[in-house]
Design a protein around this ligand. Structure first.
Ligand SMILES: Nc1nc2c(c(=O)[nH]1)N[C@H]1C(S)=C(S)[C@@H](COP(=O)(O)OP(=O)(O)OC[C@H]3O[C@@H](n4cnc5c(=O)[nH]c(N)nc54)[C@H](O)[C@@H]3O)O[C@H]1N2
Ligand SMILES: Nc1nc2c(c(=O)[nH]1)N[C@H]1C(S)=C(S)[C@@H](COP(=O)(O)OP(=O)(O)OC[C@H]3O[C@@H](n4cnc5c(=O)[nH]c(N)nc54)[C@H](O)[C@@H]3O)O[C@H]1N2
Ligand code: SF4
Ligand SMILES: [Mo]
Length: 709
């Protein structure tokens, strides 16, 4: 085969949850084009600008290709042998000197997008046996997983909105037009939302900002940040009050419904307007429409999860879907039938809660982790169990967690830190050793997480586009080698895990489409390899009443134990005037990917997109003009930032995105990212502001003051 031959590769983009199919043309080592794969049964040819930037990531000269260690504050390239040895030795020494918990572990978001990290990274993380384990989950969807664990018995038993068959779709605190969907894998969201409207359905967005999604919706209701729980409880109240309860075929499986009625009693729609900005009649109308539309789905995301009532909101949305008869119904919300990881009794990874608490603030463990909001505190507070080192995989918590400045200081004083990462950024600059894996085009891909959460059942496996560069290692190889070195130093037996492809092949064969199943064809990874565009496994379908529940008694636990207490906390505020200061929320832009794709010119050029967004009335009150640089202050910090007047913000609410401000910290080696001005809202978000039930960070609805300077 000649190097000049143009080759066409098909695979899924793994940058975000939409997992769009893409078509990549290459010639030798060069990428000629990246386009949508029209034959991908899920994405149908859709891509966003980030897919095209996969080539920038692949070619980025600043992406680490060899391990580095820090010597007198300078980075030095070293061999893999030395790097693994250094990392293992430092980690073992730290744990031997100060105990297992002295080594904190943090797993960032891209781990979930990379199957080798899910299989092998989890293995390594368990081997380290530290209780100081953290991840981006508690900056994100923890409350959703916790609620599904409690109610349906499995943290990934998340009912997915059947958007392709739905006639009334409510989106509360999600902006899929920018994010391309989350906890709902939905490539091509724009066409799918349009299709709802074309079949005379309706899309309602409830969001403090007239977001990109609100712009294309049938209706937008602005809501005061953090107040969603009032509206949700009032909707539940109305469903009972107006006899709109439609339990249907799930009725025999539902526990504690009567107690929910009692709990919602005080939340009269008339009482919630002062809190939410949403009127009583609107609230009633919403309840009626949810119950009376044959095919309706209520979906909530970041805005209702990373806020002070994250768990309560996620619970209430499940309850509303149940009460209004929308759970387990076509066009409502449904459990998926993926090829790997189908949630059913016996499926691994159901979840755990509260087996231990964080040492200082006593926040509960979930799934073997404690909330990321307390990571800095666990590092800065002396005493037994203090975290004095960090092993971090694919994460940038200095940029992505609340009060990033505090965490930055905490990392500064650690005894030892190892990062498995491809960049020297705000967080990894503190490491002693960085072990860089290959990136996506150099490894094969099967999506272990998001095929399970997709709006249609499909499956795909794709081979790598390029051979890894010489001596490069995949994440999973690094984890295997590091685990072996750690085990050897501790004198424990260790058997390296087989390559992820083999683990997944086994799982596919054991799954609903594999040999064990009652099909006339049996799926294997080899078979899947023949279908480069992936395979369609059909639309979502009802199945909850057919043995999908993972609770011990196979019932739906509609009122988990810790919910009433939190409803009581909400009720205490009912009727009291909400404070009238400014509240800060975040914002996503379609060309961002949390903190880490800013070293691409293609993705960062054009108009600034990190300004403080503020309603003109709020500016006027403070004597501030559009474009001025202002001071914004929260309990934990102050930023100077340019303001942009926009009536897309609800009055009283301001917005700054996270993940920018790279040049505000020394030693970040991403020059294109550093050329961008901008600030990070996580220098204002507050680590003490969290969802009381789960400890998930409340990154939205943070009280701030804005002043002219
Ligand atoms: N204020 C505010 N804060 C937020 C949010 C918000 O909405 N508002 N969103 C939150 C959410 S939802 C999330 S998920 C978190 C994300 O938080 P994090 O996961 O901590 O941060 P990322 O910016 O995703 O950083 C990813 C890191 O992984 C590295 N990386 C990329 N690909 C690979 C790979 O293949 N292998 C390895 N080993 N490393 C890789 C990148 O270089 C980068 O350092 O941020 C949260 N923070
Ligand atoms: N382009 C891009 N895509 C991404 C990412 C990215 O960084 N950039 N990150 C990926 C990740 S890790 C995730 S988790 C997903 C997140 O996916 P989404 O949840 O869809 O994304 P967000 O933009 O955070 O949407 C949150 C919405 O909630 C609103 N909001 C804020 N506070 C409140 C509140 O109190 N109540 C209500 N009702 N709404 C509120 C915000 O205005 C915003 O419109 O996106 C993924 N996709
Ligand atoms: S929406 Fe964009 S970033 Fe997300 S998977 Fe599709 S192409 Fe990739
Ligand atoms: Mo996320």
């Amino acid at each position: 085969m000649s190097a000049n031959e143009v080759k066409t590769h098909y695979r899924a983009c793994n940058l975000c949850e939409a997992i769009c199919g893409i078509e990549i043309k290459t010639q030798g080592e060069e990428i000629l084009s990246i386009k949508g794969d029209k034959n991908d049964p899920l994405g149908r040819g859709h891509i966003c600008p980030k897919a095209v930037a996969l080539q920038d990531l692949h070619n980025d000269p600043e992406r680490l290709r060899k391990p580095v260690k820090k010597v007198d504050g300078q980075w030095q390239e070293i061999s893999w042998e030395e790097a693994i040895e250094l990392a293992a030795e430092g980690m073992v020494k730290l744990q031997q000197t100060h105990g297992k918990d002295a080594l904190a572990i943090y797993a960032g978001n891209p781990n979930v997008h990379n199957y080798g990290s899910l299989t092998h990274g989890s293995m390594l993380s368990k081997l380290l046996r530290s209780k100081n384990r953290f991840s981006a989950t508690s900056l994100d969807q923890l409350p959703c997983q916790l609620v599904c664990y409690w109610m349906y018995g499995h943290q990934l038993g998340v009912p997915i909105a059947d958007i392709d068959h739905c006639d009334f779709f409510v989106i509360m605190g999600g902006n899929p037009m920018a994010s391309n969907g989350s906890m709902m894998t939905v490539p091509d969201i724009a066409k799918r939302l349009k299709a709802i409207k074309q079949r005379d359905g309706e899309v309602l967005v409830i969001d403090p900002r007239r977001s990109e999604t609100a712009e294309v919706a049938s209706e937008h209701w602005p809501i005061r940040p953090g107040s969603d729980a009032f509206l949700l409880m009032a909707v539940i109240h109305t469903l009972f009050e107006e006899n709109l309860i439609r339990l249907g075929h799930l009725e025999p499986l539902l526990k504690d419904i009567a107690d929910i009625e009692a709990l919602a009693k005080p939340f009269k729609p008339e009482l919630i307007e002062a809190h939410t900005g949403i009127g009583a009649e609107q609230c009633r109308e919403l309840a009626r429409k949810l119950a009376n539309t044959e095919r309706a789905a209520f979906y909530g995301r970041m805005g209702i999860s990373t806020q002070q009532y994250g768990t309560l909101c996620n619970w209430a949305i499940q309850v509303i879907n149940i009460l209004a008869g929308n759970l387990d119904k076509q066009g409502g919300t449904l459990l998926t039938h993926p090829a790997v990881g189908m949630v059913q009794p016996g499926e691994a990874g159901a979840g755990n809660f509260g087996r231990w608490k964080s040492r200082v603030s006593q926040l509960p463990e979930f799934n073997g982790e404690i909330p990321a909001a307390v990571m800095a505190e666990e590092m800065l507070t002396e005493g037994e169990g203090q975290a004095k080192g960090l092993f971090i995989m694919a994460g940038n918590p200095v940029s992505s967690s609340p009060n990033g400045q505090q965490l930055d200081k905490a990392l500064e004083q650690l005894e030892f830190m190892v990062a498995v990462d491809i960049y020297i950024n705000e967080t990894t600059r503190h490491a002693d050793v960085i072990l860089p894996p290959t990136t996506t085009l150099e490894h094969d891909h099967f999506d272990l997480a998001f095929l399970r959460l997709a709006v249609r059942n499909t499956v795909r496996f794709n081979e790598a586009v390029f051979e890894p560069s010489e001596g490069a290692k995949h994440d999973w190889q690094i984890f295997n080698e590091l685990a072996a070195a750690l085990a050897q130093k501790q004198g424990i037996d260790f058997q390296a895990l087989p390559e992820p492809k083999n683990i997944i092949d086994f799982a596919i064969q054991m799954g609903p489409y594999g040999e064990a199943a009652d099909n006339d064809w049996a799926l294997t990874i080899e078979e899947l390899g023949k279908h480069q565009h992936g395979l369609d496994l059909g639309p979502l379908k009802p199945s909850i009443a057919e043995g999908r529940l993972c609770t011990e008694d196979s019932m739906i636990h509609c009122l988990p134990e810790l919910i009433p207490e939190d409803v009581a906390r909400l009720e205490e505020q009912l009727g009291h005037q909400a404070q009238d200061g400014l509240l800060l929320i975040g914002r996503r832009h379609v060309r961002d990917c949390n903190s880490w794709m800013h070293n691409s010119h293609r993705l960062t050029k054009g108009k600034d997109r990190w300004q403080l967004f503020m309603h003109p009335k709020d500016l006027e009150k403070r004597g501030i003009n559009d474009g001025d640089t202002v001071s914004i202050e929260s309990r934990v910090g102050e930023l100077k930032v340019a303001v942009k007047a926009t009536d897309e913000m609800m009055p009283g609410v301001v917005s700054i995105p996270h993940g920018w401000g790279h040049n505000s910290r020394e030693g970040v080696k991403m020059s294109i990212a550093n050329e961008q001005a901008g600030v990070n809202c996580n220098d204002l978000t507050d680590e003490k502001f969290y969802d009381q039930v789960s400890g998930n960070a409340a990154l939205n609805g943070v009280p701030v003051e804005v002043k002219a300077i």
